[in-house]
Design a protein around this ligand. Structure first.
Ligand code: ADP
Ligand code: MG
Length: 280
């Protein structure tokens, strides 16, 4: 591995990555500075997880230089769908798994580790769930449990795979808020998301993947552009700007006869707008 210059955390130069000799991403040129908050976007199977895992050294590198600065502590929060939720383990035990990589292996946990786990669980608002088996958690609680496992090592670089998938809007907001707070405290955060409107458009930097490479890298107003999105998703996309909010919508295919019949009959629209209209 080549070394990373001072002031840089990650450097991927002309990298080709994949598994079992098969390239999943090529020509990847990405640099990450300490303190950044970055979202990786793109359709299913485009290589979002692969790019994250490359930063853990868990993919094969076929070309170029892929390096993470020496002594970087990396925390990883897997996609909840990949976890076996029937495994008989409690929230606190999952959190403490995070410290196992950093210490000599011992078959018991120390008092320090337990108190550290309690601190992290409290910070995430799930201290009361410490003894609960993970199979009895909601989506948001699952996310926070694995976030605790990553945070227990006080990572410099926090990688999260789809941290808001499978959670409701309120929980999504809370998770993003927590990640923003960690980022403010100095943690570099890289997450993947397929939620362009609820998540990606609110992040300062996006990396869009498609066609097995990086299609765009920059602030959302540069990356969430119809030509880039069409290349990434293989279908036309509409980008609507409303104040500070950006909305990305797939352009609906015109249904046969769409011009003759309005999609929603006008009286239904009226009822939605004025629920008491009929009583008046
Ligand atoms: P995304 O996270 O964007 O959905 P992935 O990074 O999971 O995409 O997948 C990118 C490509 O790499 C896909 O073609 C997928 O089939 C392949 N891939 C992912 N994980 C593995 C693996 N463990 N072994 C072999 N191929 C994999
Ligand atoms: Mg993935």
């Amino acid at each position: 591995m080549a070394s990373v210059p001072i002031g840089e955390l990650v450097r991927l130069d002309g990298v080709a990555l994949g598994y079992d000799g098969e390239v999943a991403l090529r020509d990847v040129n990405v640099r990450i500075s300490p303190g950044e908050l970055i979202g990786i976007v793109g359709p299913s199977g485009c290589g979002k997880t692969t790019l994250l895992r490359s930063l853990l050294g868990e993919t094969e590198v076929y070309a170029g230089d892929a390096s993470v600065a020496d002594n970087t502590k990396v925390g990883y929060v897997p996609q909840v769908e990949t976890v076996d939720w029937n495994f008989p383990i409690t929230v606190e035990q999952v959190a403490m798994l995070g410290s196992w990589r950093t210490r000599r292996w011992l078959p018991w946990t120390s008092r320090d580790e337990r108190s550290r786990a309690r601190v992290v669980l409290s910070q995430l608002g799930i201290a009361d769930l410490a003894d609960r088996p993970i199979r009895a958690l909601s989506g948001g609680q699952q996310q926070r449990t694995f976030l605790a496992r990553a945070l227990i090592r006080s990572p410099d670089l926090l990688l999260l795979d789809e941290p808001t998938s499978g959670v409701d809007i309120k929980t999504r907001h809370e998770i993003l808020h927590q990640l923003a707070a960690l980022n403010h405290a100095g943690v570099t955060v890289v997450l993947t998301t397929h939620d362009l409107n609820g998540v990606a458009s609110h992040l300062p930097r996006l990396i869009a993947l498609g066609e097995q490479t990086v299609l765009a890298d920059g602030p959302p107003e540069e990356v969430l552009q119809p030509p880039i999105l069409e290349r990434a998703y293989g279908q036309p996309m509409l980008v609507v700007q409303s104040g500070h909010e950006t909305y990305v919508l797939p352009v609906p295919e015109e249904a046969p006869g769409a011009h003759e019949e309005p999609l929603v009959p006008p009286h239904v629209v009226n009822v939605i707008g004025r629920p008491d209209a009929d009583d008046a």
